[in-house]
Design a protein around this ligand. Structure first.
Ligand SMILES: C[S@@+](CC[C@H](N)C(=O)[O-])C[C@H]1O[C@@H](n2cnc3c(N)ncnc32)[C@H](O)[C@@H]1O
Length: 259
């Protein structure tokens, strides 16, 4: 999925978007030599955290979006390598100490083959670390589907799909256990406190709405965003203080490759 990724909009909720990775990073311990890869690195914020954690390792951020890579390069011009590639076809030049991917694999299909492929890029004793949102049951995702089915948008969105949900945790376990010595998998709800007129639209327009916005003309976008905001306003009633509690459910996986 390339479309119109917007680094500025994505970074608006940077502190909240960073939370899951902040929970994931302390669990990562690297005991073997090798490089570190951040797949779907976006604007590079987390790639920089990986470099800070392992300053002596070569760290590479990989993304398919030229705009995201340009933003990453501009902010972090030295010390990190940036590569344009599609995760589904990416291979590590040499077995990696860490393949890390945060909030990106829901854009990449065929997890049944993708996960074993990513684990195969990891050196014996190295780590595959994944965080991916589980959106299907969440109102923000249901609004994406409801608005896409409205008569005025249905034809415009023929062939456009929201991102897919990850597989169940037990399926990832079974997919990886032939290659992994150890698999830690868990899920967490984050209740983000959002403010403003259309805070859910602001959050989701730089992620889940990207496939839909990317097929619309500039003239059409305000009407689509207004319809999405109307759905989100109903689905996320304000709390007593006027703020919105926006829940993201996220799946985490840390697998260590068999030696
Ligand atoms: C929601 S952003 C996450 C960015 C970063 N990992 C973070 O957590 O801040 C998702 C990123 O995945 C990238 N992406 C989506 N599909 C991809 C693919 N097939 N190959 C490479 N990158 C992809 C997008 O370009 C975008 O930068």
């Amino acid at each position: 999925m390339n479309g119109t990724w917007n680094p500025d909009l994505y970074l608006r909720y940077a502190a909240y978007r960073a939370r899951p990775a902040e929970d994931l990073l302390p669990r990562l311990i690297l005991n073997v030599p090798g490089d570190v890869y951040d797949l779907g690195c976006g604007p590079g914020t987390l790639t920089k955290k990986l470099k800070d954690k392992w300053p002596d390792r070569r760290v590479t951020g990989v993304d398919s979006s030229p705009d995201m890579l340009a933003a990453a390069r501009e902010k972090f011009p030295s010390g990190i390598e940036w590569r344009q590639a599609d995760i589904s076809r990416w291979t590590a030049p040499t077995p990696a100490a860490l393949v890390f991917t945060n909030a990106a694999l829901h854009w990449v299909p065929n997890h049944e083959t993708l996960f074993p492929h990513l684990m195969a890029q990891v050196a014996p004793g190295g780590v595959l670390a994944v965080q991916v949102p589980v959106s299907g049951p969440q109102p923000y995702h249901q609004c994406i589907e409801k608005v896409a089915e409205m008569e005025k948008w249905r034809d415009r969105f023929a062939g456009v799909h929201p991102h897919a949900d990850p597989l169940p945790a037990k399926t990832y376990y079974d997919l990886l256990c032939p290659l992994a010595a150890d698999i830690d998998v868990w899920e967490t709800d984050y209740h983000h406190v959002l403010e403003g007129e259309n805070p859910v639209t602001e959050w989701i327009s730089s992620t889940g709405l990207v496939p839909f916005l990317s097929v619309l003309s500039e003239a059409e976008k305000p009407g689509y965003l207004a319809d999405y905001s109307a759905c989100a306003a109903k689905a996320y009633p304000r709390q007593k203080d006027g703020k919105v509690l926006f829940t993201m459910h996220r799946l985490f996986l840390v697998a260590t490759r068999k030696s």
